[in-house]
Design a binder for this molecule. Sequence first.
Ligand code: PLP
Length: 421
Amino acid sequence: MTDPVPSQRPPSVDKLARSLGDIGLPHPMLVEAARAAITAGNADSARQIAEDMARRLLRPVINGTGTLLHTNLGRAPLAWEQPESYSNLELDLTTGERGSRMATAPALLARACGAEAAIVVNNCAAAVLLVLAGLAEGRDVVVSRSELVEIGGGFRVPEVMDRSGARLIEVGTTNRTRRADFAKAVDAPSNDVGVVLQVHQSNYKIVGFTEAPRTAELADLGPTLVADIGSGLLDSRCPWLDGGPPGWLADEPAARQTLEAGADLVTFSGDKLLGGPQAGIIAGDADLVAACARHPLARALRPGSLVLGALQATALAYLRNDGQAIPFWRMASAPVLGLRSRATALGVGDVVDVMSTPGGGTLPGVEIASAGVALNGDRRTALRQRERPLIGRVIDGRTVIDMRTVHPDDDTEVAEALAAL
Ligand SMILES: *Cc1c(COP(=O)(O)O)cnc(C)c1O
């Protein structure tokens, strides 16, 4: 009797990793893939594991979902590439002295929304945190019970308040809160109110028997009035759009009008209706902005030159009233007729009427008429597997690509992707 065939020795991790070199990942990642495959008893799976790793890296995708601010796709679309270069981030080129990184994009945004001053942090959650820490640490903050919201991704107003060191005083009820409710809390001798906070109900609606004071009604209560407007609409008149504000914008609060109504500060996101990079903006009264900037948290929350550079480009486009230079507004304002002819020109699938949505946790329930193409069945997986993934959605068993969120330069690639199915 002969011995059974000796079980094949597992290939060396290093050798296997080297055989994957063409995938283009750094060697340690290939080693990790090789090791995972060998541990699983299937050395042949190493290539698939490594390819999956490569696919998980950040890459450009084509958004065919019709959701303009798709949080999974990075909200507002932006150009990424930056030349290898230093910048004058904190150098005053006139005097040669140390400058401030808040003198560029933040100052331009302040001007664009009629504020005295502004600073920029990493996102709007950070902006709210910094405002509360900077202006009400150890003091009371009054908020309506209808605005103690969760914005998503764990941003809950009561928890942010807690972390800021401010104490929350809730007033009113879930559906109805009046100015008198705020005034009572402000005037109570046992309270030490530093800030009255209004939080925009960005991603939900309370309908029916409701009441909430307007910003103007809270302006003279005494304490600093902060309005977290969230979405970053700079001006409700939309002077950057030829046709003025689109109907779907309805009652969205805007930075300029909220400040004019008497808010001392507004906070908003950079990557929602502002259409810029992920950032949080605190704009309004110069002394209050300075107080926030002096808080030690400001240093921990400040953005770098990549974000400030992208935000500066966005701010300059607003100051030029050039909405077409801001991808979000260009896409949001594109007429349906043009979208329909682009869909027809793809020459694949059926041209269909669809509805786009602003997304990004803004304007709940708002839909914008659009056009796209539909193919039978759920083809999303194959479209996602492409070198440059095309992300679609399924409506009534059909895969739909909405042309509103597709850059016209990508139409040919979309046509190819759909034809290849
Ligand atoms: C979206 C939103 C936030 C959080 O903004 P991020 O930039 O995503 O951190 C905070 N407040 C309101 C009212 C919002 O709409």
